[in-house]
Design a protein around this ligand. Sequence first.
Ligand code: RB5
Length: 143
Amino acid sequence: MKIGICCDHAGVEYKTKLISYLLGKGYEVINFGTDSSDSMDYPDVAHPLAEAVENGEVDLGIAFCGTGNGMAMCLNHHPGIRAGLAWNTEVGKLVKEHNNANVLVMPARFISYNMVTSIVRAWLNTEFAGGRHQRRIDKIPVK
Ligand code: RB5
């Protein structure tokens, strides 16, 4: 499986560690930056990640910013993206099981790195439940 990953300056440390973690688990990873702790604008990396998920260049995406909100707002402007914000393991599981999030967003300034790997494992290892959740997802796009 190929995973695209991005962050702003607030998420560089966790993103860098997570890339090594995912590679060690056998995932392919495409890094969309940033790789510097210099202040930058999260849309500059969120849009390329979203496009890569939408066009199939990667299967899933992971994004970090300070609160996770900027990334989530930006990613969710793309019609093919369901970006879900997760801050603990249970939410990481539910954001796949109920929302079928194809991009996982985490708030780097508010969770530990141990929590990051726990959330990522939960999200990657959970299947979408379908059924009533699919019906709800189908109602998300603005008509
Ligand atoms: C950067 O200071 C911060 O605003 C950003 O990482 C993020 O939290 C935005 O939503």
